[in-house]
Design a protein. Structure first.
Length: 331
């Protein structure tokens, strides 16, 4: 039976050399190289992209109903390869323990402070002549320039997006930490080849802004791969479809479950809507510091289950995307 899903992007018509953090984890030869695509990789192109994104263009976003998996999708989809557990801690994290987890949230505004209000942001890009919005997160990385997001937030319907920027800490149209242009976009081989929902993972490497790297300005969340399932997680994003409007950071929290329908993803009770795609799912999140360890991203919803959000398992393929991104020169 056909099961439709909705990828959580937002669209609107418009006219317009680092040292790796320890690789560890997965065995050699298991993690395939990700697909890489050049974005605004010259100063001139970056200037054009930053000029393009006016406040009006950022705010004029409409939900996109993306195509769902084909009939018999679960049997046709690949399964993320698993290796050894691997974790990189958040930038600037102390030894302070994780606080007791808060009561479940299914989609409330984040009223706390901490690093998450700086590391999480909105992503804007142009795809097939239209402008789009997703969410993303700055993560600790060797080049201090990596943003993690969903695969469909860098490529959809066979085409890589253009005019790609990350706006950390976006709040009611304000850009307190600037607008960061991507120099390179990376995604899994599986998403690149067939938009396999189990591998809806991507990264962007962003150019320095005013001589500073992204993580030096906003900090970076930790990242983890090949972790256990059915854990307590916090999910963040900038949903922009009703009842949200993309103006503020929203979060969900609770224990994840395994998708029993058409994917190998984690599931979470969460009401976030279009525009939240690519926002981080974090383990061991500390509400006081706003730091955690990213272990998935907002990916899709079944249209018959709007209270469930699904995010891909961060296995070997996702780790390969991250490792390649953090080893890329951001200039």
């Amino acid at each position: 039976m056909h099961r439709a899903v909705v990828l959580l992007s937002i669209l609107t018509l418009t006219t317009g050399g680092a040292v790796l953090l320890p690789a560890g984890g997965a065995q050699a030869g298991v993690r395939p190289r990700p697909t890489q695509h050049a974005a605004a990789d010259t100063v001139s192109e970056q200037r054009q992209v930053l000029t393009y994104w006016t406040e009006q263009r950022m705010e004029a976003a409409q939900p996109l109903d993306a195509p769902g998996p084909k009939k018999g999708a679960k049997a046709a989809l690949g399964e993320p390869a698993e290796g050894n557990p691997w974790t990189a801690p958040p930038t600037g994290a102390t030894r302070a323990g994780v606080e007791p987890q808060a009561a479940r949230s299914s989609g409330e505004p984040w009223t706390g402070s901490g690093a998450v209000v700086k590391t999480t942001g909105r992503i804007f890009f142009t795809t097939q002549g239209r402008n789009a919005s997703c969410s993303g997160s700055a993560v600790t990385s060797a080049n201090k320039s990596v943003v993690l997001t969903a695969g469909h937030c860098v490529k959809l319907n066979g085409t890589f997006h253009t005019n790609w920027v990350f706006v950390p800490g976006y709040n009611n149209g304000n850009r307190p930490f600037g607008t960061w242009a991507a120099t390179k976009l990376l995604t899994t081989q599986q998403w690149n080849a067939s938009e396999d929902i189990n591998f809806d993972v991507a990264a962007a490497v962003v150019a320095p802004l005013e001589g500073k790297a992204l993580v030096d300005v906003v900090g970076g969340q930790g990242v983890a791969f090949n972790q256990g399932r059915r854990q307590q997680m916090y999910a963040f994003g900038y949903p922009a479809a009703a009842p949200y409007d993309g103006s503020k950071l929203i979060y969900c929290s609770g224990r994840t479950f395994d998708d029993f329908l058409a994917s190998e993803d984690h599931g979470l009770t969460c009401n976030m809507t279009g525009g939240s795609s690519g926002g981080p799912w974090m383990l061991n999140f500390n509400e006081s510091t706003g730091l955690g360890t990213q272990n998935s991203v907002n990916s899709f919803k079944y249209n018959f289950a709007p209270n469930w959000m699904f995010g891909p398992y961060f296995g070997n393929e996702a780790q390969s995307v991250y490792q390649a991104a953090q080893s890329t020169n951001a200039l």
